[in-house]
Design a protein around this ligand. Structure first.
Ligand code: DUC
Ligand code: ZN
Ligand code: ZN
Length: 472
């Protein structure tokens, strides 16, 4: 039950995936109560003037890894730090990947995830990563969907011996997910061939960060995406390709969609806005960009923009999986320096939660002429719809949660990691000047960000049980 103050947001330009109008918004009990040309402020109401600002739905990031550990490394952002960073960037809903510890059941993994997410500052849901397809695991998938509101699963086609499902298991997992009305999310890279290339590179003494990218070629993402699509078609399951980064994978998705298959794709700002020259940086600097899939040659980014424009890529998420570059003050376990001796030991992942909305406004709307509607759709509405959160999240409508962003479309500013709230000590976009800035953020009617002032609270984020996923 939300008992937030009655609030009036006045004279803002409300932009959703389909509408654009100037109005007042009345918020009561954490929900949008009324939207009208003119609403009158009552006694004791908090009034926020939004003339000249866009009023956007709180953004929805459906790909994060907060407080997430592997045997050798842990992400530096826990739920408190990561979701505070999200809020400052206008993201009020996060769907995070729950990785069950090796040997643990999915339910045990979920319990542990709930313990870790308890200090979240924005609302959070979970996808479950499935590492085996024994009968007990398949039965747990059903419980997760029907009882716990977890309606999407991630399957890895990479990392043999650790996370990868071989094709038979992948097919079984997809069939189970599809029958439950859940969405199968795949990490599409051919893990076995990559393993060979990595071993070969290391044997030749090729240990620098750039070999991470060279041993994960684009072709192997395309092949895996194609295979995932074939297996999902055979399983009768909708499919969502996460962090899609290549022309080849995009073409596979486009072909499937033209055939009418329920295949969806997500990309991330780093694949749209950076190119593989980042790996030529001095010394160990390239480690900042070690993530999987890696940053690709520029021609791929150009194709991804076309895919977004054409609607073949539906969502832009971050894959926020933050490590520090330096060792202090958070310690070696959180640092890219774990891989100083060899690229395959560099923790995989990068920060991004705080900058997605502003980067995409600048790059998509101002630089490439995509509409404001399309921008809102890719960062908020489409992810909410695909992952069973709409219309509670992802739009501005009477009855929806009052998760709102007041956005100045004209303010110019420069990205600096030093100004960020993530505990990561670098940004992939350091020094980039953007136009458009988040000014105020409301979570269920409570103003949690006011300029540079934090007004939220750890633990105020609620768990979001989700409905059926995989329906656009
Ligand atoms: N895949 C992800 O989605 N995130 C981090 C690393 C990876 O391989
Ligand atoms: Zn992945
Ligand atoms: Zn990820």
């Amino acid at each position: 039950m939300n008992t937030g103050p009655t609030t009036l947001i006045r004279n803002g330009r409300v932009v959703t995936a389909s509408d654009d109008f100037v109005a007042d918004i009345l918020i009561e009990g954490g929900r949008i109560q009324a939207i009208a040309k003119t609403l009158t402020a009552g006694p004791g109401m908090a009034v926020h003037e939004a003339a000249g600002l866009l009023v956007l739905p709180g953004a929805v990031d459906v790909h994060t890894h907060l407080d997430s550990a592997t045997p050798t490394a842990s992400t530096v952002d826990d739920f408190a730090a990561g979701t505070r960073a999200a809020a400052f960037g206008g993201t009020t809903t996060v769907v995070d990947y729950c990785t069950p510890p090796p040997g643990a059941s999915l339910m045990a993994g979920l319990e542990d995830w709930h313990r870790r997410r308890a200090n979240a500052c924005v609302d959070v849901g979970a996808h479950m990563i499935v590492l085996d397809t024994g009968a007990a695991t398949l039965a747990e998938m059903k419980t997760l969907v029907e009882r716990e509101g977890i309606s999407s699963f991630k399957f890895f086609m990479a990392y043999p011996g650790a996370l990868m499902l071989e094709d038979g298991a992948l097919f079984n997992a997809m069939r189970t997910a599809g029958a439950l009305g859940a969405l199968s999310c795949v990490h599409a890279e051919n893990g076995l061939v990559i393993q060979s290339l990595v071993q070969e590179a290391l044997a030749q003494g090729q240990t620098a960060p750039r070999f991470h990218a060279l041993t994960r070629p684009a072709l192997l993402e395309g092949e895996a995406a194609q295979r995932a699509i074939a297996l999902a078609e055979q399983a009768g399951a909708p499919l969502y390709v996460v962090h899609l980064s290549t022309t080849q994978a995009l073409q596979a998705v486009q072909l499937a969609r033209r055939r009418g298959l329920p295949v969806f794709a997500e990309t991330c700002p780093q694949y749209l806005l950076l190119d593989d020259s980042v790996y030529e940086a001095e010394g160990f600097e390239g480690a900042k960009y070690v993530m999987s899939p890696p940053i690709r040659p520029a021609s791929h980014g150009a194709q991804l923009w076309q895919g977004l424009q054409a609607g073949d890529i539906q969502t832009v998420a971050t894959d926020h999986c933050a490590f520090t570059y330096g060792e202090s003050p958070h310690g070696m376990r959180h640092s890219k320096r774990l891989g100083l001796a060899a690229f395959n030991r560099i923790p995989n992942g990068a920060p991004g939660l705080e900058t997605r909305l502003e980067l995409m406004h600048d790059a998509a709307v101002l630089q490439r002429g995509l509409s404001l509607h399309r921008f809102v759709d890719m960062v908020a509405t489409a992810p909410a719809r695909l992952f069973g959160l709409f219309p509670r999240k992802g739009t501005v409508a009477v009855g929806s949660d009052a998760d709102l962003v007041l956005f100045d479309p004209q303010e110019r500013w420069t990205v600096r990691a030093a100004d960020h709230h993530s505990l990561a000590d670098y940004s992939l976009f350091e020094g980039r000047t953007l136009t458009g800035r988040v000014k105020k953020v409301f979570l269920r009617g409570q103003c949690i960000v006011d300029g540079s002032s934090w007004q939220g609270r750890e633990g105020m984020g609620q768990y979001l049980p989700r409905g059926a996923s995989g329906r656009p």
